[in-house]
Design a protein around this ligand. Structure first.
Ligand SMILES: [Fe+2]
Length: 385
């Protein structure tokens, strides 16, 4: 099929290497800003992961004027506004975000309000952030979100218990620092669930109605790396090569889905995160195979491509390959030791209907290869329950 048009854009400079958290000072001069405000969480702080970054900031000639570390998983609009207040009081003019997806997305939200004013709730959706924000450096400490390079911030609206997407190319960080040493201490369960988030980004980007040749290449490559390296990163947390491969794969998958967007698995994971605080990666892990199965009638050929990327195809028969790709994902979830169903993840059975309805109006559903009804999404949830 000859497409009429596609576009692809990524504004982030990406630097990667073991030990780089302590050695990226010379990258900072070109960004502008001299008063660094650090956005992180207490776990990252207690693990001592800020120390090498602070050394880089000093080499780059930046003063650290303050730190905001009060960020929970599934961060919300209220947290963003607290962070804005803390940064304004400290007088920060460049944001340094060090943490997982919740921290990175909170920093992006803060950056919007710091530059454009008002309340974070005013900026939900597309097309509302149309100018460069202040410089943002993202240092991921998990290998999953890819938020360092994406045009999205996904933040919980505490009033409606829903996860909202804020979208603009200006949300992607100016500089992403990928240092696998920062992820060495990540416990197996968190390594597994965040890694499955990255895999879900890659798979959904490849199946998306908004996929394009460049995101396809990125998505398939991320699938190859994750299939090959996630089990090792989970079982041997101190394997620096496995950590490096997963951190870069998560970034590559982030570039893919930032351009192509995602689908029903993310729509459902956002709903379960907003309503019941199910961790994002775990929700994706438990729903990915079911989401692929649901989309099978529309994307059999693409699923067959995924089998080759996972190393379980091609067999020469498309339907067999598509089934093998789905089976591979299901087995991977078990192999990395994650729970096997939503019930085990703490989702109440009487909440499934509300989750399906919420997912149906989530921004992620618009690029799903099948137009999903609440009833169909409820069926996906029931099968995963
Ligand atoms: Fe995700």
């Amino acid at each position: 099929m000859l497409p009429e048009y596609f576009d692809f854009y990524c504004r982030t400079r990406i630097v990667a290497g073991p030990g780089l958290a302590a050695g990226f000072g010379n990258e900072l001069g070109r960004l502008g800003g001299s008063r660094a405000f650090i956005v992180t969480d207490r776990v990252v702080r207690d693990l001592g992961l800020l120390d090498p970054v602070v050394r880089s900031l000093a080499v780059g000639g930046l003063d650290v004027v303050g730190t905001f570390d009060d960020i929970p998983p599934n961060s919300g609009f209220g947290v963003v506004m607290q962070g804005v207040e803390a940064c304004r009081t400290a007088g920060g003019d460049i944001l340094i975000a060090i943490g997982g997806g919740s921290v990175l997305d909170t920093a992006k939200g803060m950056n919007i309000v710091l530059c454009l004013g008002g309340d974070i709730a005013d900026y939900q959706g597309f097309g509302l952030i149309n100018e460069p924000l202040r410089p943002l450096v993202a240092v991921p400490t998990t290998a999953g979100t890819g938020s360092e390079v994406t045009a999205y911030a996904v933040i919980r609206d505490d009033a409606t218990r829903s996860k909202q997407s804020l979208v603009s190319p200006y949300l992607a960080a100016d500089l992403a620092v990928l240092d696998p040493e920062l992820t060495l201490g990540l416990p197996p369960a968190l390594t597994a669930s965040t890694g499955m988030d990255a895999l879900t980004h890659a798979v959904e980007a490849y199946l998306s109605t908004n996929s394009k040749p460049i995101s396809d290449g990125l998505a398939l490559h991320a699938c190859r790396i994750i299939a090959r390296w996630l089990p090792a990163a989970v079982s041997s947390g101190d394997d620096l090569e496995a950590r490096y491969q997963m951190l870069t794969a998560s970034c590559v998958a982030g570039m893919a889905f930032s351009a192509a967007m995602v689908g029903c698995v993310h729509a459902l994971a956002h709903a379960l995160g907003g309503l019941f605080h199910v961790p994002h990666g775990l929700a994706n892990a438990l729903l990915l195979a079911g989401g692929m199965e649901y989309n099978l009638p529309a994307v059999e050929e693409r699923l067959a491509d995924l089998a080759a990327a996972f190393g379980v195809g091609p067999t020469g028969e498309r339907s067999r390959d598509a089934a093998a790709a789905i089976r591979f994902v299901r087995e991977l979830v078990a192999r990395v030791g994650l729970p096997s169903c939503l019930r085990e993840a703490g989702v109440p059975e009487d909440g499934l209907e509300e989750a399906a309805e919420t997912a149906c109006i989530d921004a992620a559903i618009y690029t799903n290869p099948r137009e999903a009804t609440p009833e169909e999404l409820l069926e996906v949830l029931r099968k995963a329950f």
